[in-house]
Design a protein around this ligand. Structure first.
Ligand code: OAD
Length: 243
């Protein structure tokens, strides 16, 4: 498995909430996950926003403040290093926290958007959050409500970004999936595109995607990815029985 990763020129990485778990950011599903306490359709859907924009804004505001207080972890940093080692690299993240770019990844698609960007619901103008927000819900300078520039349930993926992700999945020699439950169809859809790639999964536990994966590296991403990186750079770092 390590040899495969070493020799591959094209690497697609797909990440989910689990990659930020060791930064102290809650995942969505499982114990302590957001969807245990909150209803997704109330907080992360256009209908929920229409019904109660203040409630939705408060939730995003709290998440933003939490993300601001925490930082990328060794898993994010290892992925930023991997980008430098592979000539054909793409990271597709479902996370909106911005930690991958903070850690240094540049060849990257934030397919669910970014919590640090806001978007006018009337003019669709996009801007970045500059400072702590005072008054919620936030409005655009035109007076219309602003919303977080993230993808909500029931909304379509950006077609250009989705095509880029699909093309990468189609030709990648290795697809590394990290910290995603696979409960949202995106990752399974991308894995269905792959032609010749080998799929390596990193997760605390087997997921919906494990059957499709060729290898499961079970454990915390913040420990496994740095070891995988070391193994990529030289022949040590991870005990690889599967080579
Ligand atoms: P989930 O919360 O569904 O899944 C998190 C996954 O990370 C689980 O499989 C955990 O076992 C795993 N995990 C947790 N801690 C880990 C760690 N330290 N190391 C490795 N794995 C770990 O999150 P996503 O799959 O990202 O969408 O969820 C996908 C989408 O569903 C999200 O982007 C969000 C959500 O509803 C929207 O809001 C549109």
């Amino acid at each position: 498995m390590l040899e495969l990763l070493r020799q591959s020129k094209s690497l697609l990485v797909i990440t989910g909430a689990g990659v930020s778990a060791e930064s102290g950011i809650a995942t969505f599903r499982g114990a302590g996950g957001y969807w245990e306490k909150f209803k997704a359709e109330e907080l992360a859907s256009p209908q929920g926003f229409q019904r109660d924009p203040r409630l939705v804004w408060r939730w995003y505001h709290e998440r933003r403040e939490k993300i601001r207080q925490q930082a990328p972890n060794p898993a994010h940093r290892a992925l930023a290093e991997m980008e430098k080692l592979k000539p054909d690299f793409l990271l597709v993240t479902q996370n909106v926290d911005g930690y991958h770019s903070q850690a240094g990844n540049r060849k990257m698609i934030e397919i669910h958007g970014n919590i640090w960007r806001l978007r006018c619901t009337r003019e669709h103008k996009v801007w970045e959050v500059q400072e702590a927000l005072q008054e919620l819900p936030v409005r655009c300078s035109c007076g219309a409500l602003a919303r977080p520039d993230v993808l909500w349930f029931g909304e379509m993926y950006h077609p250009v970004l989705l095509t880029q992700a699909r093309q990468a999945a189609h030709h990648a020699q290795v697809i590394l999936i990290v910290g995603t439950s696979g409960m949202v169809g995106l990752t399974a859809g991308l894995l269905a595109e792959q032609q010749q790639g080998q799929v390596i999964e990193v997760n605390l536990e087997p997921s919906e995607l494990t059957e499709t994966a060729d290898f499961l590296l079970q454990g915390p991403a913040g420990q496994i990815l740095p070891r995988l990186l070391t193994g990529l750079k030289n022949r040590e770092g991870i005990n690889d029985d599967t080579e």
